[in-house]
Each structure stands twice: as C-alpha cells, then as structure tokens.
Design a protein around this ligand. Structure first.
Ligand SMILES: Cc1cc2nc3c(=O)[nH]c(=O)nc-3n(C[C@H](O)[C@H](O)[C@H](O)COP(=O)(O)OP(=O)(O)OC[C@H]3O[C@@H](n4cnc5c(N)ncnc54)[C@H](O)[C@@H]3O)c2cc1C
Length: 1003
C-alpha cells in the first residue's frame, strides 16, 4: 500500500459487516479521508462474509445466500450507516433515482408479523404474532435508547394486557400463593404505581446491602432487613405451580389460554429477575454469566413456559445451540434479555425489515461502490494466512497473505449487472482474472484451498494500522502468536464459541398459499380472520430447518426463463458439529453431501406439516419444486440450493453464558496498531447480528481515529465510578466512606461552559457574609472568573435508584464563582466555589437542591436548541446565549487548554443550609471520561441575573486557556451528609497546594 503524503495506511482484513463499517467510518468525512489511506483485503471474489450472497448466472440469476437474513427494526446503527450509504450512492451519481432499489426504503421493506410453530400434541400449529407499525423510521430520530428501567416499564405495561387476556380466558383473577398476603400478580402489575414499585425493588436491594454492611460491623441490621425482605417478597409474587396445575388440562385445547399463560409466565419472571438481580441499576451484563433459560427458571418461570416453542424460537433466531446440539441451549441471560427487549420495545417502523434482493446486492454492493468512489482500495483474492508480532510483542509487524488470483487490470471489478442492479456473482468473473479459467471449480472462500502465492505486508512499509475483521472462528489459526503473547487474547479464543449453520432455498411452482398455509393460520388463529398472510416468517419448526421465510418478493429481481418459479422459500438452522472439525475440501464435500441428504429428507417428511398441499394422492409432490431441467421425483432437489457453513470464519458467533467477560472491545486488542471489528467483539449487543457487527465497526474506527463516532446503545446504564486524584484523598462520592460511597446524586449533562472575567468588586458583591474572593491566576488582575453553565440535565437521581424516565430531564442555568474562601479561616481552610444563583425548569429538582444542598435554586422558563440557550424569569431576561462549534469533538485529554477550567471545576461547593450552617459538597464532572468540543459563545446577560448586564463575546477553548466549550459527561454529587469530609479534604488539598514542592531549580 503506497502512503499518500502524511496519510496513515489502514489495512482492513476481511470484508464482512464489521470490517466494511470500519472502512466506511474511516472515510466518512473529508477530514478522515485526508488522514487515512484504507485498503480492504478480502479472500475470494466478494464482500459480505456471513452476509454474502451471489447470483447464479446458470440458474435464472437466482440469489444464493449464505443463510436467511432479516434486519430488525431496532438496528439503529446499522440503518443509520446503510441509509447514509444509499444517500451517498445517489449524491455521487452512482445510482440513478429511477434505477432498481435506488433508495434504502426500496431496498428494505417492513414486516410486522411472524409465526411461532407450536408443536401441540401431534399438530404443528402456527401462532401468529403481530406487532403494530410505528410512525418512526429506523436510523433516524432520538439516539437515546430506553434504559433497563424504561424497558422494564414497557414490559410491565405489556404484561398487564397479557394478564387481562389470561384472566379473561381463566374467568377469574390470577393469584399467587394462597398464604402470601402480598401475592397477587396484579399488585405488581397494576395497583401500585409502576415507578414506585420498581424503585422499591431497587431500594430493597440497596437496603439489604446496607443491612449486610451494618451486620458485618456488628451493628443492628434486623429492622432494615425486614423492610427489605418484605419489599422483595412483594415483588416476588408469582403465577405459582399451583395455578399452573389447575390450568394444565386446558392448555392443549385452548390456544389463547396457553399462549397468554406462556407470555405472562415468562414476562413476570423476566421482570422479577431484572429487579432482583439489579439489572435496572447495573445493566444487563450483570446476569450474562447465567444461561437465559436457567435464569428465567431461577426467577419463577415454569419449565412449561421456558420449554415452549415461543421461547425456543428465541434460540432459533440466534442459533443458540452450542455445537449445534438442539438439546443444549447456550445464551447468556443478559445478552438475550437485552436483545429481546430492545427488539420488542425499541423497533422503529416495523419489527423486521426484509431485503428486496440478495444481502450482497442490497448491502455490500452499495458499500463497495461508495467506498471505491471515496478512494478505498479493494484487494480481492487476498487470503490472510497469519499475523506476526514485533519483537517486543506490542505491534502487528507482518501480515501473511496468500494471493489467490491476479486481476487483469489494476483492480478486480467484482460486480455484475442483473436487471439493472449491481450484484455479486456466485463465483468469480473468471475472464477478469489472469489465467482465470484455471481457477474454475476451486473454492476460493475456503481457507484450505491451497492455490496462490504467499507474500507479506509489513508495518511501516505497507500499513500503519490494522483493522481485523475476520471472524473469530478463523482466529485460532491466524493469530497463534497473539494468543501466545496475550492471555486475554487466548481466553477470548477459548471462551467465545461458534456454531455451524446450514441453509436451504426452494424455488416452487406454486405459492405457500396454494399449498394450504392460510388454512393452517386461520385454524389456529381465529383472530386472523382470513386477513392477509403477507410473506410469512416462521420459526421454531421441526429441525434441522427450524426457520422458514417466504421470499416470493425476490422473484422480480431474479431472471428466470419461462416457466418461471411462482415462489421462493428460505430455510435456515444451526447445524450439528461434524464428528471432526472440517479442515479440508474432502470433509467439506462430505458435509455438503450430508446436508443435501438431510434437506431432502426434511422436505419430504416434515415440510408437508407446514404446507399440507405438498402431499398428493400419490405421495409427495416433487413436481411442485421448480426445475428448469424438469427432472423427475426427488431428482428435482438438485435444482434447489443447499449450503453448509462449516468453514471456520463462516461459523455463527454465539453468546454463551459466561463468555461476555472474555470478549475484547474494538480498541482493546492489547496490540498497539490492531483494532477489532466483528460481531465477536464486546460491542454493546454482543450477539451474532448485523447490528452488533456495525457497532463494532464504528467502535474500531473510533478507537483508531479518536474521531467521535456516535454508537447508539453501547451501554445500558451510566457508569458511576469516579476516579480518585492521585496522592490525596478524593473529594468525589466514590472516595467517601460507606454508606456515602453508595448513596449520592448522579446524572448526565450536556452543557456549555463559559467563563466571564468580571470586575472583582462586582463579583465580590455576590458573595454572602463570611466568604471572600481568594487569589486566582486565571483572569487578568482586577477581574475574577465567573463560570456560567448552560446545561441539559438527564437521568438525575440518587445513586441507588434506577435511571428515571427521559421526561424528567430538565434544563439548568448555573452561575458559579470559583476561588472563594472563608474570611474566618477557622471555618475551614479550603478553596471553594459559591453558587449565587441556579435556575431550573423543573420543580422537584429545585426543592431537592434547596432542601438537601442549600443551593439557591429558582424556577425559570428555559428554551434550548443545539446552539442557543435562553432563560427568562417572569418578564425579565436572565440570559440569552448562542454557541458556535469551533473544532472537533475530543476527550478532555485532547485539550491542554482545559487546564484552567479543570482548576475551577475541581473546587468543592460551599453553601448555606436551610438552618444557616455552612455545608459542602463536591460535584465531580467526570472529566476523565467526558467528551469536549470547543465553541465560541455570544452571551447576553440580562439585568435579572445579578451579574453586570451586557453582551459578552467569548472565545472558544480552541483559542483560549479559559475558553468556552461544550461538555457531555456523567457526573456525581456527594451526599449532603458527607459535608464534613468534603470540608476537611478541601482543607487538606489547600494546605497540600500551599506547601513548596521540589521542582526545577532556578539558577
Ligand atoms: C446463517 C446465518 C443467518 C444469519 N441471519 C441473520 C439475520 O437474520 N439477521 C442478522 O442481523 N444477522 C444474521 N446473521 C448474523 C450476521 O450474518 C453476522 O452477525 C454478520 O454478518 C457478522 O459480520 P462480521 O463482519 O462480524 O463477520 P463476517 O461476516 O464473518 O466477516 C468476516 C470477513 O472476513 C473474511 N475472511 C475470513 N477469513 C479470511 C481470510 N483468511 N482472509 C481474508 N478474509 C477473510 C470473510 O470473507 C468476511 O468478508 C446470520 C448469520 C448466519 C451464519
């Protein structure tokens, strides 16, 4: 790779969703393109990896997929990137508006219904599940996802509805144990206000922790424990086994009763578990060491509900059967419950979206075209063989590659035209390769295919940074040196498991509607009432192909000669591991042979249960399979497509319990120039899906470039661990003694800081009796800095309560005078800040601020946009400020000019309590983890604010040591009862600062 002047060379290894997203992000802005030269190294002839598809020119240009793919409506990151790519495809003139699938919403169509195939007695009964379409569109709008508490709230709302259905079918209310005075589920779901019940749950856990700590210190803990236990018991009411035994005889015959029971039982167990295990406070990862079915059982789900096809369908969706053993489930509870709740409650538009051509055509061809046009280089037919470390084991020094084929021109042109749509072919375009004919019949996507010549890329000569986008199944072989040098790398390879999959595609001479499918639906879903059956997606069906999707919508994009097929059906499943891992072409051919045999047997024996019309008076109707060669009987299976995904990188990535802790994040490879992209990383979703791979790609690009790519939904909850300043005890809540270290205020803030250098006398006049201005060095003599913060406060709450709903967010205008001290030093020796006024637009926080912290909070009308903040008190304008970004977003460490502001923000607050006592607290802005952007400000201060009125043009942090900036951060505020510690620590800091320290000697 040639280095263009000053550019860093990035080698992207692999071309799946993760790798391509990283390449996309690294070239997404002019600034990024000026910094990076990106080259993608991909084995074989196409991008896509597990999402690759190809057009078979010998069979009606049919689409041949790696396996069935649908996109969920909650794939916020994936849709954002994809939509952006389609827009750029148009703006770069790469796709005309009238071309096929020119827009993203032509390429992805909503799907709001699916079916669970219930095996009841001897029947397979389709269970129709409908979701309501929403007005929103995926990939746009609010990037903030609901917190675990909010997801829980939505689940409880839904459960109420399910409970009503259940009680309606039962003819009486559902109760828990007879002897449980607090028992009825209704109490949990209905009577008590939701938030208070949930907070009670969280409080109960907190109270138990405190009780435990008191007991350890030999102090009485009994009463606290009783209160906590009672609260928890109240939440632990359940649909008991006793109730289950009563209704069991009716479950087989009454579809509605059975389905409502299963949903209520699973739903209440999940709600209870989330409360009991502190998920609403700490996020879903805390339960990921437990297998999801076991976790639900632990929290009261019945084995009937957990083993039900509904819940098994969740495993089918993520191939969650380690080693392909259908009797063994393996899915961490945290990953599973997060995924399910996000899927159900955060989808936009539709629950699912179906691609309107092959995934390669709809996703990877547009990416390829845009990236190529941006200047990314694609090296197809380059198989990575191994990665080698530098002598100090800190960097990737060499990348071993096998050049499988040589293009005739400078670069291989990989796409072909099918009905006006750029597509990937199902095999290389041999005529575009030197000696291409000699390659016919070889599998250039198999790592064991020996053809090609070996060569190497070298650090500093061919690349500077590496994005590893090859999937984890291949990494044990490719990264042996890394595993030997890094225990975390080895642990990741040991713990993150993968599974084989297989796929079947049928082209039919009739549609499933002709084959009796609608009658099955109506029979078991009377509410469907002959309504449209859409293009069904069905899961939980009989193995070894548990999932079916009707794909008839693809027919117009294939190019069949007459007689053309009338419909298309895709099937997919995990595949049991072979007796020995597949390592060569012979074993792969044997696996394909057994896959074909299994497909034929399944089509003949099981599929007629879904489509009764497949059986005629003379047995199985093979003539219903489309075959251009018109073979007879089961021979027609040869015209269908069967695929076994047995090569290491093709294996689906699982999220088995206990593995999450061993996943590495994109920027955490442990090697200085190596970044990780793929669904196997720790990315926030941590499951094998397009969204996880996209998130990881963005994270890899962010870690590599330090550019501020937003990744929606990376974390469930705020992290609240404030760092201690080295050397001295910290002021922050985390440094407080127990229980104050566990009970403090916290929240998130998005606000602008500006620092007005105002006349000393005017500033001094704002101080209360007993405080005076201390010496400061940040603004010119005769002036004193006054900090003004224009903030949006989010998720503000006591630390032991879960994040409140977004509707409780508020705006706040804070004026702070730093560098103040007690006139009477015996009152305390520290340097503080004094807040002469704070204005908020939410009453509850005004009250808590005044009562607990002694802060002079008032209510004002505040309006805020992305560049303006205006506060008005009655008719009096307090402040009207506009902000103008002046540079890139970065972390606090990126801005040395932040030093002055840091000094001001590190000073604890002095306030007067309601009783007139001095009271101290510390607001930790979490600068170490915050995001900062320099801004210019125009601030008009009105007469009502108390500061000298006028217009202030404030320089930005990019140009001034006390310049204006915008800050996104998570903060903590110490407990008001922790005041004495703050005072003494502040005094210790002041005397430490006053002491002469060894430093450079002046001659
Ligand atoms: C059958 C099946 C069905 C699925 N269905 C869905 C679905 O409906 N919805 C959903 O969201 N997700 C689905 N997934 C998951 C989804 O496909 C993956 O999460 C996603 O494609 C993973 O992308 P990735 O970039 O992490 O890895 P991969 O797609 O595996 O990409 C790895 C890349 O590295 C390349 N590579 C491998 N070895 C080498 C080498 N030695 N040298 C050079 N290049 C190499 C590969 O060719 C590929 O380009 C499904 C997966 C499977 C297997």
């Amino acid at each position: 790779m040639v280095r263009a002047a000053g550019k860093r060379r990035v080698a992207v290894l692999g071309g799946g969703v993760g790798a391509i997203t990283a390449a996309y992000a690294l070239t997404d802005s002019t600034a990024a393109r000026e910094r990076y030269n990106v080259t993608v190294y991909q084995m074989g002839w196409r991008l896509g990896g597990k999402g690759a598809s190809g057009r078979n020119a010998g069979a009606g240009q049919r689409i041949e997929e790696h396996g069935l793919h649908v996109w969920a409506g909650f794939y916020e990151n994936a849709f954002r990137v994809m939509r952006d790519c389609y827009e750029e495809l148009a703006t770069r003139g790469l796709r005309k508006p009238e071309a096929p699938l020119a827009r993203w919403d032509q390429a992805f169509k909503p799907l709001n219904r699916f079916y669970i195939s219930e095996n009841v007695g001897d029947d397979w009964r389709p269970w129709l599940i409908d979701f309501a379409a929403t007005e929103e569109l995926p990939g746009e709008g609010d990037p903030l996802l609901p917190t675990p508490l909010e997801l829980l709230g939505l689940t409880v709302e839904w459960l109420r509805g399910q409970l009503e259905i259940l009680e309606d079918r039962l003819g009486h209310p559902v109760h828990g144990h007879d002897d449980d005075e607090d028992g009825p589920i209704r109490d949990l779901l209905g009577d008590a206000a939701l938030i208070s019940v949930l907070q009670a749950g969280s409080f109960a856990r907190f109270a138990l922790n405190v009780a435990g700590e008191l007991a350890r210190r030999g102090q009485p803990a009994g009463p606290l424990r009783t209160v906590a236990a009672r609260l928890l018991r109240r939440l632990a009411s359940e649909l008991s086994e006793q109730v289950f035994e009563q209704i069991r005889p009716r479950l087989e015959a009454e579809d509605d009763l059975r389905r409502a029971y299963i949903m209520v039982n699973l739903g209440t167990a999940a709600v209870r578990g989330m409360i009991a295990d502190d998920v609403i406070r700490d996020g879903f990862d805390v339960i990921d060491h437990v297998e999801c079915s076991a976790w639900l059982r632990l929290h009261g789900a019945s084995s009937y509900a957990v083993d039900s096809p509904l819940f098994r369908g969740c495993y089918d969706y993520v191939f969650g059967f380690p080693a392909g053993d259908f009797n063994r489930r393996g899915m961490g509870a945290g990953t599973a419950i997060r995924g399910l709740l996000r899927m159900a409650w955060t989808y936009k538009g539709a629950l699912f979206y179906k691609m309107q051509a092959g995934m390669g055509d709809v996703v990877f061809a547009p990416f390829y075209q845009v990236l190529k046009d941006r200047g990314v280089r694609f090296e197809f037919f380059q198989r990575v063989t191994d990665l080698h470390l530098s002598a100090d084991k800190k960097r990737i020094e060499r990348i071993g590659l096998c050049r499988q084929a040589v293009p005739k021109g400078d670069e291989y042109d990989p796409l072909v035209d099918v009905n006006g749509l750029p597509c990937w072919p199902s095999e290389p375009v041999y005529e575009r390769l030197v000696d291409g004919e000699a390659l016919r019949g070889l599998d250039l996507e198999a790592p064991w295919e020996p053809v090609g010549t070996l060569h190497e890329l070298r650090d500093g000569a061919d690349f500077d940074e590496v994005v590893l986008g090859i999937s984890i199944g291949s990494l044990p072989e490719l990264t042996m040196e890394l595993a030997a040098a890094s225990p975390p790398w080895q642990r990741m390879l040991d713990k993150v498991q993968t599974v084989q999959t297989h796929a079947l595609q049928l082209w039919l001479t009739q549609s499933p509607a002709d084959l009796g499918w609608p009658a099955q639906v109506v029979r078991y879903n009377p509410q469907a009432n002959g309504g449209p059956y859409g293009e069904p997606v069905v899961t939980s069906f009989d193995e070894p192909f548990d999932t079916w999707a009707d794909m008839a919508h693809l027919l117009p994009h294939e190019a069949w000669p007459e007689p053309a097929p009338r419909s298309i059906a895709y099937f997919c499943s995990p595949r049991p591991d072979e007796a020995a891992p597949v390592r060569d072409g012979t074993a792969a051919a044997a696996a394909l042979g057994s896959g074909r045999a299994a497909a034929k047997a399944w089509v003949e024996n099981e599929l007629p249960r879904l489509w009764p019309g497949l059986r005629g008076p003379n047995g199985f109707r093979w003539d219903l399979l489309h075959d251009p060669q018109n073979r007879s009987g089961a021979e027609r299976m040869a015209a269908q497509y069967v695929r076994v995904n047995v090569a290491p990188s093709e294996r689906y990535v699982l999220s088995v319990e206990g593995s999450l802790a061993h996943r590495l994040q994109a920027g955490q490879s442990g090697f200085a120039n190596l970044y990780l992209a793929g669904d196997w990383t720790r990315n926030g979703i941590n499951a094998g899906c397009v969204e996880a791979a996209v998130m990881s790609g963005l994270q890899a690009a962010r870690a590599l470039s330090k550019l501020p790519f937003e990744v929606v939904g990376e974390g469930d909850v705020l992290e609240n661990t404030a760092p201690r300043p080295p050397g001295l005890d910290g002021l922050a809540a985390s440094a407080a003694p127990f229980p104050f270290s566990a009970a403090y205020a916290m929240g998130q803030l998005d606000g602008w800081f500006t620092f007005l250098p105002l006349p000393e006398a005017a500033v001094a006049s704002l101080l209360p009796r007993g405080l005076r201005l201390a010496r400061q060095h940040l603004t010119p003599r005769g002036t004193h800095p006054v900090t003004v913060l224009f903030a949006k406060q989010m998720g503000v709450r006591p630390s032991f309560l879960p994040q409140p709903p977004k509707m409780l967010d508020y705006h706040e205008l804070i004026v702070a005078i730093g560098f103040v001290e007690h006139a009477d030093r015996s009152k305390g020796g520290g340097v503080f800040c004094w807040l002469p006024c704070l204005y908020l637009d939410r009453l509850i926080h005004i009250l808590t601020g005044r009562v607990f912290y002694g802060l002079p909070k008032h209510r004002a009308a505040i309006t805020r946009t992305d560049e303006r903040f205006k506060a008005v008190l009655g008719t009096s304008m307090l402040v009207d400020a506009t902000f103008d970004a002046d540079g890139q977003v970065g972390s606090a460490a990126d801005f040395p000019t932040l030093r002055g502001a840091r000094e001001l923000l590190a000073q604890p607050m002095a306030a007067k309590s309601l009783l007139g006592q001095w009271q101290y607290s510390f607001f930790d802005f979490g600068l170490e983890r915050a995001t900062v952007q320099p801004c210019r400000a125009e601030v008009t201060v009105g007469a009502g604010l108390g500061l000298p009125a006028g217009r202030y043009a404030q320089p930005s942090l990019a140009r001034h040591k006390l310049g204006t900036f915008r800050l996104w951060t998570e903060w903590t505020l110490t407990n008001p009862l922790d005041s004495a510690r703050i005072a003494s620590t502040a005094a210790a800091h002041a005397s430490f600062d006053a002491k002469p320290r060894p430093g450079p000697r002046h001659m």
